[in-house]
Design a protein around this ligand. Structure first.
Ligand code: PLP
Length: 395
């Protein structure tokens, strides 16, 4: 028998725990068990109707062929305009690449910028693709622990202490999956002070920029003075417009980097889906009311899950400022997060993720997506509460 020999790099490519738990949960459901889903970070709303109509119209008009690898010009223009206005910087369509989901942007940006042996700083717990891809391309990951007492926003000092002569990129994510926290303007300014001093590049994933609560304002890396020539901004349509399956994101980067990112995409996928790009123009131009309506609903759910979680003995949680993730601290239970997540799925049918799926800094936490109905949230909390009261008598 022939033994297939994989390339060495394959041992460095990670996976995404949410999909593993989802598969496990589905398996239990097939066996007739009732499972409540808090594991997957996917909006539960349909894509707004006007966006769907725009896609149908594009299909009917025959917009079904390849597009330029960086995306259609009209969409790059609309994204450039939106980013310019929202960040108060001047972004040209040549500096925008429309990507096959934000994930393609993350992958291409890291691939384009990080040499083997160079260091990538990742404030952590963090979205798993960052470390996976950074390691895949031969980079060395240095994490900086995001601390609850700082609302999970890293200080410039903490970032500076992780920088070495080999550091190339700092990969930040605000608002943050999994913590639900947002970086403060002050912290961003301090981080950029380090970035300028050490001649580094920032990849800033801001895909949750609209899912923000209590009237807060999103602070973008790109709004920091002088940041533009050192920043690769990642964003996209999946979360804010409930378009996860459309696979559309954007990268905003200095023109010469944008061209390289488009060339990576050209080699991998040729271009983003043609008719979806026309629908995305409608999303940015005419769908803000729908976005606001979804965010209002997320905020109500956030309030329910926040109050509910804090009523469970041994669970403690600060109010998420943004995203649709709750990140309860369960250290008081004295059990490791993975084991707790496994037990909750198997014994009470609540599917959620251990914080360690987002790096070892996530130990002691669970991540629960509240992109699900209020009824499911209330029932899930009840199941967890009864279980904890029964099993953890001394908390
Ligand atoms: N960035 C973050 C922080 C995310 O949480 C996700 C999805 O969960 C993505 C990027 C991926 O977005 P997309 O579906 O547009 O590829």
């Amino acid at each position: 028998m022939i033994t297939l020999r994989l390339a060495n790099r394959m041992s460095r490519l990670g996976t995404e725990g949410a999909f593993v738990i989802l598969a496990k949960a589905r398996e239990l459901e097939r066996k007739g068990r009732s499972v409540l889903h808090f594991e997957i970070g996917q909006p539960d709303f349909p894509t707004p109707q006007n966006i769907r109509e725009a896609a149908k119209k594009a299909l009917d008009e025959g917009k079904t062929g390849y597009t330029p690898s960086a995306g259609i010009h009209e969409l790059r223009e609309v994204v450039a305009e939106y980013i310019s206005e929202s960040r108060d910087v001047d972004v040209h369509p040549d500096e925008v690449v429309i990507t096959v989901g934000a994930k393609m942007g993350i992958f291409a940006a890291i691939l384009a910028l990080v040499n083997s042996g160079e260091e990538v700083i990742i404030p952590s717990p963090a979205y798993p693709a960052y470390e996976s891809v950074a390691r895949f391309v031969g980079g060395v990951v240095k994490t900086v622990k995001l601390r609850e007492e700082r609302n999970f926003s890293p200080s410039g000092e903490e970032i500076a202490s992780a920088v070495s002569d080999k550091t190339r990129v700092i990969l930040i994510n605000t608002p943050c999956n999994p913590t639900g926290g947002m970086y403060t303007r002050e912290d961003l300014e301090d981080i950029y002070e380090v970035v300028r001093r050490k001649d580094l590049i920032v990849i800033s994933d801001e895909i949750y920029e609209h899912i923000i609560f209590d009237g807060r304002k999103h602070e973008s890396a790109l709004s920091i003075s002088g940041a533009k020539e050192r920043t690769i901004l990642i964003g996209g349509f999946s979360k804010s417009w409930s378009m996860t399956g459309w696979r559309l994101g954007w990268v905003v980067a200095p023109k010469e980097i944008a061209e390289k990112i488009a060339n990576i995409q050209l080699n991998v996928a040729s271009c983003p889906v043609s008719f979806a790009q026309y629908a995305a123009i409608e999303a940015i131009k005419n769908s803000w009311d729908s976005v606001r309506e979804m965010v209002r609903e997320y905020q109500e759910r956030r309030d329910i899950i926040h109050e509910g979680i804090n009523s469970i003995p041994g669970f403690r949680m600060i109010k998420p400022q943004a995203t649709f993730y709750a990140f309860p601290n369960v250290m008081k239970l004295g059990i490791d997060s993975k084991m707790l997540a496994d037990i909750l799925l198997e014994e009470v049918g609540v599917a959620l993720l251990p914080g360690t799926f987002f790096g070892r800094e996530g130990e002691g936490y669970l991540r629960m997506s509240f992109a699900t109905s209020k009824e499911v949230i209330k029932e899930g909390i009840e199941r967890i509460r009864s279980f904890v009261k029964e099993r953890f008598l001394d908390v």
